[in-house]
Write a protein that binds this ligand. Structure first.
Ligand code: NAD
Length: 739
């Protein structure tokens, strides 16, 4: 039999090698067609008396990325359509569809013939669940092999038996940790957890897998054997009593109850372990059906999977411009940011010229890369050869002439217009006219910096966040005169260094910093109102933010907040900054010398490790404190999220960001906007514009103009619009299809 996505070759011993290798895809994923073919392959293996057992592997470098989540999106669309006609029938259809993959893996494991999964590369989600259903599991001993059930990160959970098989193989504590966090496992870790049987040299992978069958691997899973015992003992036991009550508390501490999928995992495991395996699968299927219908699942799948992938693939790249293959990138300014940009560029295999005012400063910038990559080598995450290769790609220099031949130059010199002007002129004198010049400025408008350029069409902003090696988002800033070619080159660069680009039109603070400043400023207002600092920080975390606004201010520096406020007053007048907030920051910086984490004193105190940071007790003396029982925590949460969401809506209204995918993904990647909401705009869409405008009006009355809903939102409320309807990112491609 022939298949589109698989080959099946049976050897002389009667062992079939099923190789998954999808044409026209760089990675194997589950699609309707793949599932249909696997179903037929199982039938073929069972029906063919000449086949003793089967090994399943991948013909690509990776094993599989799991399910194509657009398949789930389609399933949900169909559900929504059917629900309008007959709700019960629609729910049944969704339940059946949700159980399809799980049923297939169960069919495989009860087929009566032994199956072995030969995991040759990254094996994620449904593919790892398929492997767990195989009677034998072998992984190649390679850095490229990673296994995970990461579904919880996009608002769903492993619904094809993962929640039942993992805790029947591994001890329940590690199983819960792995499932509720989406943790990635190395082959050694997976073996240690008893999730795979063997880790072998890559070239011995298939032979070992076949050997398991030749040696009489039993085609029965442990849980289908009589007398099977759970690795952690029964749920109702002394060990169980030690595990389950704290497990609930730990999950609550980690998620604040914001992630229904994580809670559902706990329920699946707990309830599933009380009953026979098939009933456990049924329980899982029920919760999975329920979770798929949550707002969180829809929002997270959209932003954190679909939109993120689309943006990474260059959804906003102008068409008709050939891809740039970078031969050499120039970076001017080898300080904090420039050194980080040099590191990520060299890490992507691109040669870098790192220029500073003198050789010593340039060398210091390169030393940053040495320290980062050496640390990776020490931790076993990189090989010494990789360090040598990376460092050989960075040429530190004090001579601008070395920039000749660069396709792109990124400037990260002092935040000073005059210094930037001189830098641009000196660089352009040696660059070819087609080169693109980018500034990493965080506050100076790109349009005004572009005036320093002899070719403003090729002048653009590429705004990184710190620390550069960790932060995945990059804002690409379009000046008034920036051309499409410069945009394409900037995007190609950001994609080459494996970060996510969003396109932002020029404005003070661009997109991300506008939102972040609102978040911090709302916390300053709360402090001034007398809200205890710990309540502000905890409310932010309970709302789903990874870092509280006061901790975030410390990270970026309190004196930086002071500088920005003072500059804003100089540029826009006294009224542009709340005088009480200015006074608070002046008191922190000028009277108490509290600059943030950098001098170990900010809103928090930072004692030497291993002691943890603690809120500065002196904060209590700055303003009369409200009694905690007089503070409405739900309202604090609402204020912190809404104030950001409203700024994001204003940014859309002003056409600073034009695609809701960018506003949403940007808000999550840059400052961790409550990921379960799908991002700052999806937060509003999820509540509904009408209800959100009412919330904003109420908050405006109590807390001020920050909460004034922009006209755009009021109009959306009247028309019942969402951001994704009004700024439909797919409208253009639909139009094209129609034409
Ligand atoms: P920094 O002071 O650490 O580094 C600036 C470097 O530029 C120094 O090494 C300095 O010697 C060098 N330099 C100054 N004039 C030069 C010249 N004429 N030619 C060559 N080199 C010169 O500053 P930083 O924090 O890395 O910031 C750099 C830029 O990045 C600024 O525009 C800043 O606004 C922006 N930025 C900073 C952050 C951040 O978190 N620090 C984030 C995003 C953007």
């Amino acid at each position: 039999m022939t298949y589109t996505n698989f080959t099946v070759e049976t050897d002389a011993d009667g062992i079939a090698l099923v190789t998954w290798n999808m044409p026209d895809r760089s990675m194997n994923v589950f699609t309707e067609e793949v599932m249909g073919e696997l179903d037929k392959i199982i039938d073929q293996v069972v029906a063919d008396a000449g086949i003793k057992g089967a090994v399943i592997t991948s013909g690509k470098e990776t094993f599989s990325g799991g399910a194509d989540l657009t398949m789930l999106q389609k399933m949900l669309k169909l559900y929504a359509k059917e629900k309008a006609k007959d709700a019960d029938k629609a729910a049944k259809l969704l339940f059946d569809n949700a159980g399809r993959m799980g049923a297939l893996w169960r069919k495989l494991e009860t087929s009566g013939k032994p199956w072995v999964s030969a995991i040759n590369g990254t094996c994620m989600g449904g593919a790892f669940e398929l492997s767990l259903a195989c009677h034998g599991r072998v992984a190649a001993d390679s850095d490229k092999v990673k296994m995970a059930l990461p579904e919880v990160k996009v608002g769903i959970f492993p619904g094809a038996g993962g929640t039942q098989r993992v805790p029947r193989l591994a001890d329940p504590q590690s199983a819960l940790q792995m499932l509720t966090s989406g943790q990635t496992l190395t082959p050694q870790k997976a073996k240690g957890m008893n999730l795979i049987h063997a880790v072998v040299e890559p070239k011995k992978l298939i032979e070992t897998a076949k050997g398991m069958i030749r040696n009489g691997l039993k085609p029965v899973q442990p849980w289908d054997e009589k007398g099977f015992k759970l690795p952690g003992g029964p749920v109702y036991s002394a060990a169980g009593a030690n595990l389950w009550p704290p497990a609930i508390a730990i999950l609550r501490r980690e998620t604040y109850g914001n992630y229904p999928a994580a809670t559902a995992i706990l329920k699946c495991v707990y309830e599933g372990l009380l009953v026979p395996f098939d009933t456990g699968l049924r329980i899982e299927q029920r919760y999975f059906t329920e979770i798929m219908q949550t707002r969180e699942a829809a929002a997270m799948i959209r932003s954190l999977f679909v939109s993120l992938q689309e943006l990474n693939k260059g959804a906003r790249r102008p068409e008709g411009i050939t891809d740039t293959k970078f031969k050499k990138i120039g970076i001017i300014g080898a300080g904090f940011m420039g050194a980080g940009i040099a590191y990520v560029t060299a890490k992507a295999g691109i040669p870098v010229v790192l220029v500073d005012r003198d050789q010593e400063a340039a060398d210091k910038g390169k030393a940053h890369s040495d320290s980062l990559i050496s640390d990776q080598v020490k931790k076993g995450r990189a090989k010494p050869e990789e360090r040598d290769k990376l460092l050989s790609l960075i040429t530190p220099s004090a001579d601008y002439a070395d920039l000749a031949g660069c396709d792109l130059v990124v400037e990260a010199v002092f935040e000073d217009s005059e210094v930037k002007k001189a830098t641009t002129e000196k660089a352009e004198a040696v660059l070819k006219s087609s080169s693109v010049f980018a500034s990493n400025t965080s506050t100076i408008p790109i349009t005004s910096l572009g005036k320093n350029s002899a070719r403003p069409k090729n002048f653009i902003g590429i705004h990184f966040f710190s620390p550069v090696d960790k932060m995945m988002l990059v804002e690409i800033i379009m000046g008034k005169k920036t051309g499409d070619k410069a945009l394409a080159v900037a995007m190609d660069f950001v994609r080459a260094i494996k970060k996510t680009p969003i396109v932002v039109n020029d404005t003070r603070g661009f997109y991300v910093n506008r939102c972040v400043l609102r978040y911090m400023s709302e916390a300053f207002k709360m402090l001034i109102e007398g809200v205890p600092a710990a309540m502000i920080e905890n409310a932010a975390k309970a709302a789903g933010m990874p870092v509280g606004p006061l901790a975030l201010t410390d990270e970026t520096a309190v004196d930086l907040a002071q500088k920005i406020m003072k500059q804003t007053i100089r540029d826009l007048g006294e009224k542009a900054v709340d005088p009480r907030q200015m006074a608070l920051i002046n008191t922190m910086v000028d009277s108490h010398g509290r600059l943030g984490r950098k001098n170990t004193k900010g809103f928090y105190d930072y004692p030497a490790k291993p002691a943890k940071k603690k809120l500065w007790p002196g904060l209590k003396d700055l303003y009369p404190q409200k009694a905690p029982e007089n503070v409405d925590v739900e309202e604090l949460k609402l204020r912190l999220l809404s104030v950001i969401a409203l700024e994001a809506a204003r940014v859309m209204e002003e056409c600073i960001v034009t695609d809701p995918r960018e506003a949403d993904v940007g808000s999550i990647l840059a400052f961790g906007f409550a990921p379960y909401t799908g991002g700052a705009l999806s937060y509003i869409d999820g509540i509904g514009a009408k209800k959100f405008v009412k919330i904003a009006k109420d908050l405006q009355k109590k807390y001020g103009a920050e909460f004034k809903a922009p006209k755009l939102l009021i109009d959306m409320a009247e028309k019942g619009d969402t951001f994704y309807q009004r700024f439909d990112p797919y409208a253009k491609s639909e139009e094209k299809k129609a034409a």
